[in-house]
Write a protein that binds this ligand. Structure first.
Ligand code: NAP
Ligand code: ZN
Length: 353
C-alpha cells in the first residue's frame, strides 16, 4: 500500500478538504495511473451530500470523481493492454464479476456485483469503500481502463468518461440516427454532451432549458432549436412530435410536460437522477403508447466505442478547468445551473496541498 493525496468529505454537511488516502500497490492485472484531470459530475454532489440515501447511502469519508484521465505509471505482470506512459481514462466502474450474463453481454454497469469508482465496497480491503478521482493517483484493473484518443485535449476528454457515455449509450440504444427528432432536457454536463453526440449522429436536436441565456450556446453546440421550458406556447408547438427525449435534469421537475411531446411509440429516457420521485400521469403514456425508461452509464466496450467515436469526430466536452481548491465553490455553482458546461479539476493543483 502507498499513500496519496486526495480531496474528501467527512460528512454530508462537510466541505471537501485535503486528505491523505491509501491505495493498493498494483496487483497482477492492475494499472497504476497518475491522475491529470478529473471532471465534476452532479452525481459527485448527490453522493457527497448523501442525497441518494434511499438507494445507496454514502460511506464517509468519501473521495468522489469518476471522470478520470491520466498517465500510466506502473502496470502489473499480467497487464497486456497498457504500458507506462499511456494516456488512459477511467469512468464510473472499476470492477464487476465478469461471469454473469450481463457482464458477458458487455453490460457491466448492470452487474449485481458492479464496483463503482467511489463509494462501493473495496474488495481489496485497502479502505472500507472505493475512493474516486479527486486524487493524485488510482489503481484499477486493466479491464476497466480505457484508451484515450491521442488527437483530443485530455481535459476535455475527462467528462466523456461519465457524461459522454451516459448520453451516448441511450442515444444508440434507442436508435438515434439521421432523420430522428431528439429532445435533450437540461443543458448541463450531460445535456451538452447529449446535444453534441445526437447532432453528430445526424438527428434534429431540440434543447429544453430553464436558462434562456444558454440559447446561443445550445445552437453552437449543435442544437437545431431551443425551447425555454417555462414558456407553455413554445412547448405546445412541439406536442406529439419527438421520437426520443433524453432527460438529464438533476432536480425534481414535471416529466409529463415532456411525455406529451413524444410521438406515437416515442420514448423518454431518464439519465438525470433527482433525489425525489417524479410523478407520472398515466394518460401521458397511454394515449400514444409512449414509454418511459432509464439508463445507467454504459458498458466498458461501449465506452471505448464512444471514445473512439469522439476521437473520429473531434468531440470533447466544453470545460472550465479549475484548481481543486475551488471544488466547493464549483458545487454551489452546479446547484445554480451555472456551469458551462463541465468543471474539470486540474490535478496538478493538488500538489500544492
Ligand atoms: P448538471 O451539469 O448540474 O446539469 C443539470 C442541468 O439540469 C442544469 O444545468 C439545468 O439545465 C437543469 N436543471 C437543474 N435544476 C433544474 C430544475 N429544478 N428544473 C429543471 N431543470 C433543471 O448535472 P449533470 O452532471 O449533467 O448530471 C445531471 C443528472 O444526471 C444528475 O442527477 C446526475 O446525478 C445524473 N447522472 C446520471 C448518470 C446515469 O448513469 N444515469 C450518470 C451521470 C449523471 P438548464 O439550465 O439548461 O435548465
Ligand atoms: Zn457521473
Amino acid at each position: 500500500m502507498y499513500k496519496t493525496k486526495a480531496y474528501a468529505a467527512a460528512s454530508a454537511t462537510s466541505p471537501l478538504a485535503s486528505a491523505t488516502i491509501k491505495r493498493r500497490d498494483p496487483t497482477e492485472n492492475d494499472v497504476q495511473i497518475e491522475i491529470l484531470f478529473c471532471g465534476i459530475c452532479h452525481s459527485d454532489l448527490h453522493s457527497v451530500r448523501n442525497e441518494w440515501s434511499d438507494f445507496m447511502s454514502t460511506t464517509y469519508p468519501i473521495v468522489p470523481g469518476h471522470e478520470i484521465v491520466g498517465r500510466v505509471t506502473q502496470v502489473g505482470a499480467a497487464v497486456t493492454k497498457f504500458k507506462s506512459g499511456d494516456l488512459v481514462g477511467v469512468g464510473c466502474m472499476v470492477d464487476s464479476d465478469w461471469g454473469c450474463p450481463r457482464c458477458k453481454a458487455g453490460l457491466e454497469q448492470f452487474c449485481s456485483s458492479v464496483i463503482f469508482t467511489y463509494n462501493s465496497p473495496d474488495k481489496h480491503q485497502t479502505a472500507p469503500v472505493t475512493y474516486g478521482g479527486y486524487s493524485d493517483s488510482i489503481v484499477v484493473d486493466q479491464r476497466f481502463v480505457l484508451r484515450v484518443p491521442s488527437n483530443l485535449d485530455p481535459a476535455g476528454v475527462a467528462p466523456l468518461l461519465c457524461a459522454g457515455i451516459t448520453t451516448y449509450s441511450p442515444l444508440r440504444h434507442w436508435g438515434v440516427t439521421e432523420g430522428k427528432k431528439v429532445g435533450v432536457v437540461g443543458l448541463g454536463g450531460l445535456g451538452h454532451m447529449g446535444v453534441k453526440l445526437a447532432h453528430t449522429m445526424g438527428a434534429h436536436v431540440v434543447v429544453f432549458t430553464t436558462s434562456p441565456d444558454k440559447t446561443e450556446d445550445a445552437l453552437r453546440l449543435g442544437a437545431d432549436e431551443v425551447v425555454v421550458s417555462h414558456n407553455a406556447d413554445e412547448m405546445q408547438q412541439h406536442a406529439g412530435s419527438f421520437d426520443f427525449i433524453l432527460d438529464t435534469v438533476s432536480a425534481k421537475h414535471d416529466i409529463n410536460a415532456y411525455l406529451n411531446l413524444l410521438s406515437l411509440d416515442g420514448n423518454i429516457t431518464l439519465v438525470g437522477a433527482p433525489e425525489k420521485p417524479l410523478e407520472v400521469a398515466a394518460f401521458s403514456l397511454i394515449m400514444a403508447r409512449r414509454s418511459l425508461s432509464g439508463s445507467s452509464i454504459g458498458g466498458i466496450a461501449e465506452t471505448q466505442e464512444m471514445l473512439d467515436f469522439c476521437g473520429e469526430h473531434n468531440i470533447t466536452a466544453d470545460v472550465e478547468v479549475i484548481p481543486i481548491q475551488e471544488v466547493n465553490e464549483a458545487y454551489e455553482r452546479l446547484l445554480k445551473s451555472d456551469v458551462k458546461y463541465r468543471f474539470v479539476i486540474d490535478m496538478a493543483s493538488l500538489k500544492a496541498e
